[in-house]
Each structure stands twice: as structure tokens, then as C-alpha cells.
Design a protein around this ligand. Structure first.
Ligand code: ADP
Ligand code: MG
Length: 322
């Protein structure tokens, strides 16, 4: 059955319920019209998921919808912004109604969960790709930039690292796992939970933040570069889940934690004076935090294991590195 672009938008993406008061005009005109609260900055970010690059071919549409929203919200979280609106550009080779139903059901469920409204988008024929642009609010002067880290600050992360990279190995049949361990690691890969509440909580005193999408070493490296500092990580302090350490060697789990992508935890820096305050703000939103190292004056990210420097094979994912 053939279906027009306009039917797709109407049937799967226009929703009457859940309208936000700051949306003056939503889907259906040439532009959306939006009101940004007067004391807030608009935080805007965009991420694309391409089939075969960001998700495996044949991934369930509900998982794709989940990941698309999660990776985008993760960027708002890393800035300390509160989610508000999203626009969706959807490119598909054919319009499969079952696929669209499943994709849009999960999409709207998550929008509702995070208080987001879809305000527009674009629907085209082409290789399967999903681009979202998210918009959020953050009070002026409090956004968590990459550039605020100072020598002496603690380097912290919000949860266990490496699980998603191990989940990907399992999904690709390169690592064997059973039962709850398998489920946990696959869920962390397919359905990351963006740290939205944690990002907002960090406004009380973090000096810099980033979300861990390409591996801790690479992402902390971005904070260091922007802040013109370096960092020393203690490998023994890196939080690893029980699932991660039970499914493979400690060494491989650690390697995934340091250089594997897709965890979508937050990495942030905080002065010693603010650490307790930040820790209790995170606790109040149910998020654990782990101090894994310290910002230093020297440039670059170094890792110590048992007091000795640890060499890594790769430092994270880069689309264009050879
Ligand atoms: P135009 O041709 O003016 O660019 P379109 O025909 O692309 O407009 O889109 C019509 C309306 O539907 C616009 O408001 C647009 O933002 C919205 N829209 C298109 N595709 C989607 C989508 N996948 N999800 C949500 N809104 C969409
Ligand atoms: Mg258009």
C-alpha cells in the first residue's frame, strides 16, 4: 500500500495531546513558532543515526527511536539544559507502516516521558537515517560548558562505563553472554538512559561537563582541550558493572570503559569544595557519582594503573580517522 508523505506526518507524528504552552504553532505550517522564557538560554543540539553506522541493520524500530531520543537528550543533559522541543528528520527507503507505527509509538512515549514536544521535521526517501534536533532551556550563565575545568578539580562520572561497548560486541556475536548479564549489557547498548536529571542537578557546582559517547578518554580529552588543562585518570577507580566484569576479563572491561562508546553517562569536573554539594544533588535524583581522577596543569589525558602509566590502543570513536 502506498502512503503519501503528508499521510505519514499526519498519522504518525502529529499528536494533539501533550502540547506545551511555549509552542505557539507546532507541526503543519512552514515553520514552528516558539517562545523561549525570557531569563533562559535556548540550548540546541542535533544528532543523526545512520543505518549501518550508528545502529546495526535490522535494529528494531522501537530501539532506533529510543536511541535517537537518548543520544540527543544526552547532549542537553551534558549542558545542564531542560528538554523542551524536538524536530525530526526521517529518511527511509520505503514507507513501511508497521515500522513507522512501532518507531512512532516509542518516539511519542519517550517524548511524553521527558516532557518534550515534536514541533516539526522533514520526511524524505533515502537510506534509513534519523536526525533529531533537540531544544532545551538553561538559565543564563549556568550552562555546563566543556571549558570550565581547572587544575585540581576532580574528574567524575555518573555511572558504570563500558557496558554499552560490551553490549555492542554481544549484538555483533563477537562476545558470548547469557541471561541477565546479556540483557543488561544489550539494554545499555540499545536503550541508553540520558542523564537529564543529573545534568540539571550538576548546575549547583560542576565546573565542566560532557556526555560520554565516544569513550571516557576521548570525551574527557575534549574537556581538557577546551579548558586548556590535562587530566590523570586512575584506572582502578573506573566504575565497572558486575555484568561487565563477569562477561569478560577485567582488562577488556576496562578497555571498553576507557575507549568504548555509547555509554551516555556524564563526565564532569568539580572543585573539591563543591564536590559534596554536587554529590548530594546527584543523590537526590538517584544518580551515583564516582571520582575517577583529577585535572592537572599538563595537557592530555593520562591513565595510571597500579601507579604505572597505561597505554591504550585507541582513544575513542572518530568517524573519519583512518
Ligand atoms: P515544507 O515543504 O514547507 O518544508 P513539509 O511538507 O516538509 O513542509 O512539512 C510539513 C509540516 O510537517 C511542517 O510543519 C514540518 O515541520 C512537519 N513535518 C514533516 N516531517 C515531519 C516529521 N517526520 N515529524 C514531524 N513533523 C514533520
Ligand atoms: Mg520540508
Amino acid at each position: 500500500m502506498s502512503v503519501s508523505e503528508f499521510n505519514i506526518i499526519e498519522q504518525f507524528f502529529v499528536r494533539k495531546e501533550g502540547d506545551r504552552r511555549d509552542v505557539v504553532l507546532g507541526i503543519g505550517d512552514d515553520c514552528a513558532l516558539l517562545n523561549v522564557p525570557s531569563d533562559q538560554c535556548l540550548a540546541v543540539s542535533m544528532d543523526t543515526l545512520n543505518e549501518g553506522i550508528h545502529f546495526l541493520s535490522g535494529t528494531a524500530p522501537a530501539d532506533i527511536a529510543h536511541k535517537a531520543i537518548a543520544v540527543n537528550l544526552s547532549d542537553l543533559a551534558a549542558m545542564g539544559a531542560e528538554p523542551a522541543w524536538v524536530s525530526l528528520s526521517l529518511s527511509m527507503p520505503t514507507a513501511e507502516l508497521g515500522w513507522l507505527q512501532s518507531f512512532s509509538d516509542t518516539f511519542h512515549e519517550l517524548l511524553h516521558h521527558y516532557g518534550l514536544q515534536v514541533i516539526g521535521g522533514d520526511t524524505t526517501r533515502g537510506p534509513l537515517a534519523i536526525t533529531l534536533q533537540v531544544h532545551g532551556f538553561v538559565p543564563e550563565g549556568v550552562a555546563l560548558k566543556r571549558s570550565g575545568a581547572k587544575a585540581g578539580d576532580l574528574v567524575c562520572v555518573t555511572g558504570t562505563l563500558g557496558d554499552a561497548a560490551l553490549g555492542l560486541l554481544i549484538a555483533e556475536h563477537r562476545l558470548a553472554a547469557q541471561g541477565e548479564v546479556r540483557d543488561h549489557l544489550l539494554t545499555r547498548y540499545y536503550r541508553p538512559e540520558p542523564r537529564v536529571a543529573a545534568g540539571i542537578a550538576l548546575r549547583v557546582g560542576a565546573s565542566a561537563a560532557i556526555d560520554v559517547s565516544d569513550g571516557l578518554v576521548a570525551d574527557l580529552g575534549h574537556i581538557c582541550k577546551a579548558s586548556e588543562v590535562g587530566a590523570v585518570i586512575n584506572a582502578d577507580d573506573i566504575p565497572l558493572s558486575e555484568a561487565a566484569t563477569s562477561v569478560t576479563t577485567h582488562e577488556r572491561a576496562l578497555d571498553c570503559a576507557l575507549t568504548g562508546g555509547d555509554d551516555y553517562e556524564l563526565c564532569f569536573t568539580v572543585s573539591e569544595d563543591n564536590y559534596r554539594k554536587v554529590q548530594s544533588a546527584l543523590e537526590s535524583v538517584g544518580v551515583a557519582c564516582y571520582a575517577v581522577g583529577r585535572i592537572s596543569g599538563k595537557s592530555g589525558v593520562r591513565i595510571l594503573k597500579d601507579g604505572e602509566p597505561l597505554e591504550l590502543n585507541k582513544s575513542g570513536f572518530d568517524h573519519f580517522a583512518s
